[in-house]
Design a protein. Structure first.
Lengths: 109, 114
């Protein structure tokens, strides 16, 4: 089976940097993904890591360490619009994604 | 969300009623899936399909049926609704290659069972 752990809530100041951690257990690893979801909206894809290291996409970066079963999402130059829930997800067989319970990020002025 | 259309957006059912949640896509993706989202539980996979005529169970399949007669459509059926099925339901699709292929989600159906 799969299990993922991430903090339930994080608060950060506008303009700052925030890191959201995710640890996982899975039988058969097919990459770690991150999704963003605003209140009342649908999840949207942010990033994907199949190999160890850092992937950067604009203000967002994602890191993976397969040996530690650990990854994180790094958000830089925080903006108010970044207030949302962030989900890590691990890939499993048959292209399925299993999601963590989500981290609610609140950006304050 | 472009490419994935879910209907209805909202639905209220009484216990024991049946209904079908519709999901249609115009991206010609082989993989389609249904998730439910409950507060504090994240997104949980109900059923999925890797192509027309092929379906399989996810984490929480009980109480739900699916079929995939065409590439475009993947309806989710509740045969006898229960209050425990009150949730937000998302249909999601991706290219069959998986891996770094992202999931595209519909806008969701908010279901209340009384």
């Amino acid at each position: 089976g799969q299990s993922l752990e991430q903090p339930s809530e994080v608060t950060a100041v506008e303009g700052a940097i925030v890191q959201i951690n995710c640890t996982y257990q899975t039988s058969g690893f097919y990459g770690l993904s991150w999704y963003q979801q605003h209140d009342g909206g649908a999840p949207t894809f942010l990033s994907y890591n199949a190999l160890d290291g850092l992937e950067e996409t604009g203000r967002f970066s994602s890191f993976l360490s397969r040996s530690d079963s650990y990854g994180y999402l790094l958000l830089q130059e925080l903006q108010m619009k970044d207030s949302a829930s962030y989900f890590c997800a691990v890939g499993s067989g048959a292209n399925n994604l299993f999601f963590g319970t989500g981290t609610r990020l609140t950006v304050i002025p | 969300n472009a490419g994935v259309t879910q209907t209805p957006k909202f639905q209220v059912l009484k216990t024991g009623q049946s209904m079908t949640l519709q999901c249609a896509q115009d991206m010609n993706h082989e993989y389609m899936s249904w998730y439910r989202q409950d507060p504090g539980m994240g997104l949980r996979l109900i059923h999925y399909s890797v192509g027309a005529g092929i379906t399989d169970q996810g984490e929480v399949p009980n109480g739900y049926n699916v079929s995939r007669s065409t590439t475009e459509d993947f309806p989710l059926r509740l045969l006898s609704a229960a209050p425990s099925q009150t949730s937000v339901y998302f249909c999601a699709i991706r290219e069959a290659s998986g891996g770094n292929s992202p999931l595209h989600f519909g806008n969701g159906t908010r279901l209340t069972v009384t």
